[in-house]
Design a protein around this ligand. Structure first.
Ligand code: ZN
Ligand code: ZN
Length: 338
């Protein structure tokens, strides 16, 4: 095997990507080396390119939607072996010994690792990942299709399945983008009456194709009024990272309904407390999931034929691919094929 690999590196916060030759990393004890087939580009990669997240050191290789084949395993790794088809997401490992870990709350680990942030991620031909951060990928999912499921997918799937929702409930997905276009598919597959909410009327045919029962053009009509006309939302999955957009749906929740925020807006979100009191409604947040949650997402996606809509790019075009994501031009997830 070649001793070096190509990798897209960020040298410091604010720097452009540089595609360089790097030594292929050796897996330490407890780690697995993955030959990367595909890595999705996520908006949270700005924490590397622009800084602003504690614990990032440079140079850093971003990428937390990694899919590939196990290439080599470090000492004491018993559950993975060479050739396994695997993925790694945002949650990049945990200590097993802190108080949250002792309670099985691995996402809240006090020493949690983040793939592509606290260690090098998938914008490269190879990466090493703690064994507990890997999910098995079903063989029928192509690597480039599976990659966005490791963050955009698990975030929306896990948020919905942990919400207090039943089949037949009215569930709106706000934002038909990287997260939202998956959220609509999961909502439909879970049996909810599914509403797509978008400020882009041209997304209506796609929303319908993805399984939405209703489309709300938020540029033209008040989404909260429309949701109330439909009976009041039991859940709104807010994927658009916009404070205004999130605030505009709060009054659309019905009795006991909730707005589940998964897209991080830059500013605080003002909410109508009176409406929340009157409906016993809530606004809550949800992160992503651990490796088993990712595997559940992948298995459910395989079972129901749910895939993201993607654009693929070679590693050399990382700057273009990243730019399309940042400019909200990617339809709907940009994926690198190192
Ligand atoms: Zn992400
Ligand atoms: Zn821990």
């Amino acid at each position: 095997m070649s001793e070096t690999m190509r990798a897209a590196v960020v040298d410091e916060a604010g720097a452009e990507f540089e595609v360089v030759e790097r030594a292929v990393p050796e897996p330490a004890s407890g780690e697995v080396r993955v030959a990367v087939e595909a890595c999705g580009i996520c908006h949270s990669d700005v924490f590397v390119t622009e800084g602003g997240y504690p614990g990032v050191s440079y140079p850093r290789i971003p990428g937390h939607e990694v899919v590939g084949y196990v290439d080599s395993v470090g000492g004491s790794v018993e559950n993975w072996s060479a050739g396994d088809y695997v993925g790694a997401g945002w949650h990049g490992g945990h200590c097993f010994t802190c108080e949250p870990c002792r309670r099985g709350e691995f996402l809240n680990c006090e020493r949690a690792e983040i793939t592509g942030l606290t260690f090098d991620g998938g914008y490269a031909e190879f990466t090493t990942v703690p064994a507990e951060a890997l999910a098995a990928v079903p063989e029928d999912l192509a690597a480039a299709d599976a990659a966005p499921l490791l963050c955009a997918g698990v975030t929306t799937y896990n948020a919905l399945r942990n919400a207090d929702l039943q089949p037949g409930d009215l569930v709106a997905v706000q934002g038909v983008g990287g997260l939202g276009h998956l959220g609509i598919q999961y909502a439909r597959a879970a049996g909810y009456e599914t509403v797509a909410v978008s400020r882009s009327p041209d997304k209506e045919p796609l929303a319908s194709e993805l399984g939405a029962d209703h489309f709300v053009n938020a540029a033209d009509e008040d989404p909260a009024e429309r949701l109330q006309a439909l009976g009041g939302a039991d859940g709104v999955l807010a994927t658009a990272p916009s404070s205004d957009a999130i605030a505009s749906v709060v009054e659309g929740v019905g009795i006991g309904g909730s707005v589940i925020v998964v897209g991080v807006p830059g500013e605080d979100v003002p909410v109508n407390a009176q409406h929340l009191i009157g409906t016993a409604g809530s606004v809550e947040g949800w992160g992503s999931g651990d490796a088993r949650d990712s595997q559940d997402t992948l298995e459910f996606s395989s079972l129901r034929g749910i895939t993201p809509k993607i654009e693929t790019y070679p590693l050399e075009e990382v700057e273009t691919a990243y730019g399309r994501m940042m400019e909200n031009e990617a339809r709907f997830r940009a994926v690198l094929k190192p």
